[in-house]
Design a protein around this ligand. Structure first.
Ligand code: UT7
Length: 321
């Protein structure tokens, strides 16, 4: 039995902020952002929260999959920007959709969060513990980026993506690779709350994302093709057998580099970063949902996915859709 994605959903905040809009409030330009990254606009929250977007994405994925809340055994949200330290965003989703039988928790693997959630759900399903899981990647990155730092804040957006997965006799997950390198945690980091206990002296109140963009870039263009190659081989395939590559949407130049290294044309790498920016854990499931709703994905098609980012973390999977 394989673990199969049987439905997808996503939710983006209503408000769109273009590169041109950003150039009016900081020293940047559409030319710089679009030529270095491929990003043209992103959606940023006003009223929405990480949980509200997750709940909407979850409802859409359940509708697409044709499953009821009572069928869901497990809910995992990959996020680094939940609304609360506790309760977990997954518990908020559980309450809102009425999945009272489900076990719900969040994980933090930064931009690899959805892919890690997929592998955790797969492990539970393969172990026979659960049948049906709802997995999400959801972020409100606009609250954790430093809006005084033009080299990072222009890159990120807000949103949520979801998928329902279930055991299937015919199609599903063929191979998986995941890894972490905690020794490089400082190249993409966002400190948590400062300690205000009476024994600790601190002046800092809020601290935000900081990133060594070039180090992350180098990590991505070496690790992602190697991880994809390994996963595709483990699935008994070659890159040419893969119908689509759904990669974490950080930068068009990273995607172009992966396409070159795998000798696969760019048309097999759909993108959403042009209108979403980088939404960390949410970017892969949002992209999958867009592909699904455009009718690109047919049963049995081979789809390779890959997430990479803070931690450092990375994860790839090959599925038969
Ligand atoms: O989810 C995973 C996380 N992140 C990534 O995958 C990011 C990977 N890294 C990247 O995508 C690229 O490194 C960036 C897009 C972040 C930056 O591109 P870069 O080509 O590495 O630019 P840079 O940081 O070397 O900056 C080049 C110049 C600098 O000016 P000087 O020193 O050459 O005069 C920056 O100050 O661009 C300047 N700059 C900007 N100019 C206009 C930096 N940010 C901006 C900006 N607008 N927003």
């Amino acid at each position: 039995m394989k673990t199969r994605i049987i439905g997808t959903g996503s939710c983006l905040p209503k408000t769109v902020v273009t590169n041109e809009d950003l150039s009016k409030i900081m020293d940047t330009s559409d030319e710089w952002i679009s030529s270095r990254t491929g990003i043209r606009e992103r959606h940023l929250v006003k009223e929405e929260t990480t949980a509200s977007m997750s709940i909407e994405a979850a409802r859409r994925a359940m509708e697409d999959a044709g499953v009821t809340a009572q069928e869901i055994d497990l809910i995992i949200v990959g996020t680094l920007s939940g609304d609360y330290v506790t309760p977990a965003c997954a518990c908020e989703v559980q309450a809102a959709i009425g999945a009272s039988r489900a076990v719900a928790f969040d994980i933090n693997a930064a931009c690899s969060g959805f892919m890690f959630a997929l592998n955790i759900a797969n492990a539970y399903i393969q172990a026979g513990l659960y049948k049906t899981a709802l997995i999400l990647g959801a972020e409100t990155l606009s609250k954790v980026v430093d809006w005084q730092d033009r080299s990072t804040c222009v890159l990120f957006g807000d949103g949520a993506g979801a998928a329902v997965v279930r055991g299937d006799e015919q199609y599903g997950l063929l191979a998986f690779d995941q890894g972490s390198d905690g020794t490089k945690g400082d190249v993409l980091a966002c400190p948590g709350r400062t300690n205000n206990n009476p024994l600790v002296q601190t002046d800092e109140t809020l601290r935000y994302v900081h990133m060594d963009g070039q180090e992350v870039y180098k990590f991505a263009v070496t690790t992602v093709p190697a991880s994809l190659q390994k996963t595709i081989e483990a699935a008994g395939l070659t890159p040419a057998d893969v119908d689509y590559f759904a990669l974490h949407q950080a930068n068009i130049r990273i995607i172009q580099s992966v396409s070159k290294r795998l000798h696969i044309t760019e048309d097999k790498f759909p993108i959403s970063l042009d209108h979403c920016g980088n939404i960390s854990a949410a970017s892969v499931p949002i992209l999958l949902d867009e592909m699904n709703r455009k009718g690109l994905l047919k049963p049995g098609m081979k789809v390779a996915m890959s997430g990479f980012g803070g931690g450092l973390t990375w994860a790839s999977a090959v599925v038969e859709w």
